[in-house]
Every structure is written in structure tokens, then in C-alpha cells.
Write a protein of this length. Structure first.
Length: 147
């Protein structure tokens, strides 16, 4: 019965089981014959070193020449650099989280810092130039208000 194109006669449960097996086999065979499997490595999954050729140099060359091949190479390098940076950030974060210790408040401090979104005060230009520290920023504000 296997592989036959005629409709089988089904009189018992054994005949039904055999017909089901035949149908499944025919479907699998047709699927295997009609499809091809290709595997391609996506550039977004690139793991490894940042490419030797500078991504910026490739981008400049693509802009100057306007050639599609140069643009493709520049885009590939950009994706590789981006993937390598993402991998570095993930690895750094993983090491940091693993280093947290629930016994010494570091875990609590980290979760609190993640919950509160504090934006640092940007650099200010005071009378003596650009100020960096909080104390100097407060003095610059005071001087401004005083004037």
C-alpha cells in the first residue's frame, strides 16, 4: 500500500492505520522532493574580533564611489562592528551582575539605581570656565543667581 496512488479499501482499524502511515509517508516524500534546505550565517550573529579593515574607511569609499559592492561591504562591516560591541556590552553586564553580592548591599544599590532614572547635570560654563564637579556646579549656579 505504501507509495500507491490508488485509494485503499479500509475495512478494519489495521487498514486505517496502514492508510494513515501511507499518507504520512507520501506527504513527507513530497515535501523532501519539493524543498531544499539552505543554511546561511547571518552577519548580525557575528561573534569575534572587530574587522581589520576600518568600517569608517569602507563607508567613505562607498560614499565616494557610489558602487553597490562598496556599500554592501560597508554595511557588512557596520553590522560586524555593531554585533561585536553588543557582545562586549552583554559580557560586561553579565560579569557585573555575577559580581553582585546580596550580603553587602551591592545588589540592593544596583536595583535602586536601575529603578531611579537620574540624569546627571550637564557640564556648566562658569566664570572660571567649564565646571565638572557638583560643588563647582553649585557655585556656578550661585554666582549666576547672585548676578
Amino acid at each position: 500500500m505504501q507509495g500507491s496512488t490508488a485509494i485503499p479499501r479500509i475495512e478494519t482499524t489495521d487498514d486505517l492505520e496502514a492508510a494513515v502511515v501511507c499518507l504520512e509517508t507520501d506527504i513527507r516524500t513530497a515535501l523532501e522532493r519539493s524543498t531544499t534546505e539552505t543554511r546561511e550565517v547571518r552577519q548580525a550573529n557575528y561573534i569575534g574580533e572587530i574587522p581589520l579593515e576600518s568600517q569608517r574607511a569602507a563607508g567613505r569609499r562607498a560614499l565616494r564611489s557610489g558602487a553597490p559592492e562598496h556599500r554592501r561591504i560597508a554595511n557588512q562591516l557596520t553590522r560586524r562592528v555593531s554585533a561585536a560591541l553588543d557582545e562586549h556590552r552583554q559580557e560586561t553586564w553579565r560579569r557585573f551582575v555575577e559580581s553582585l553580592n546580596p550580603r553587602d548591599n551591592s545588589l540592593w544599590k544596583t536595583q535602586k539605581a536601575l529603578k531611579t532614572r537620574r540624569r546627571p547635570v550637564p557640564l556648566l560654563h562658569g566664570e572660571q570656565g567649564i565646571v565638572h564637579t557638583n560643588r563647582d556646579k553649585a557655585e556656578a549656579f550661585a554666582d549666576t543667581l547672585e548676578l
